[in-house]
Design a protein around this ligand. Structure first.
Ligand SMILES: [Zn+2]
Length: 154
């Protein structure tokens, strides 16, 4: 899995580099902020990561947690899904000026490894409209996030 510093352009997806910021792209060997987060924030994030909207593009590869001693690397299917140590999905959260892109494994990083995402990301999670709702797509569009015609709200 790729590593990006929090709040840097998310180069993982070249076409959205201008309009997005990376959050939660952790990798063994890179320091990250640790502590505790509000349970309400965690629940809100878990809900968004449960069935995240993703653009219909090919996402290469599987994210596997490199911080776990064993869990990620011997991941069976039981490790997939929200909260697991491996996953293939990303979550797009509209922020104040950019769209945050985080791997859904961010839930696992917080729960298992004490990761604390940036404050502005936490605020955005609380404000994020329901996935796939009209307000959600409108928020992405307002930030200049390129949506194709069939994803854009009418
Ligand atoms: Zn882990």
């Amino acid at each position: 899995m790729a590593h990006f510093e929090d709040l840097t352009p998310c180069g993982y997806m070249q076409q959205w580099k201008q309009s997005s910021l990376a959050v939660g792209w952790l990798e063994r060997g890179h320091a990250y902020p640790q502590g505790t987060v509000d349970e309400k924030f965690f629940e809100a994030l878990l809900r968004l990561c449960g069935k995240p909207w993703q653009p219909p593009v090919v996402f290469a590869g599987i994210h596997v947690c490199s911080l776990c001693q064993f869990g990620g690397r011997i991941a069976g299917t039981s490790s997939f899904g929200a909260g697991g140590a491996a996953g293939t999905a990303n979550v797009f959260i509209p922020g104040e000026t950019k769209v945050f892109i985080a791997p859904t494994m961010i839930v696992h990083y917080i729960d298992a490894h004490g990761y604390v995402p940036p404050r502005e990301f936490q605020d955005a999670v609380f404000k994020c409209p329901e996935m796939r709702s009209m307000p959600y797509f409108k928020a992405l569009k307002a930030l200049g996030f390129p949506l194709t015609s069939y994803q854009a709200p009418p």
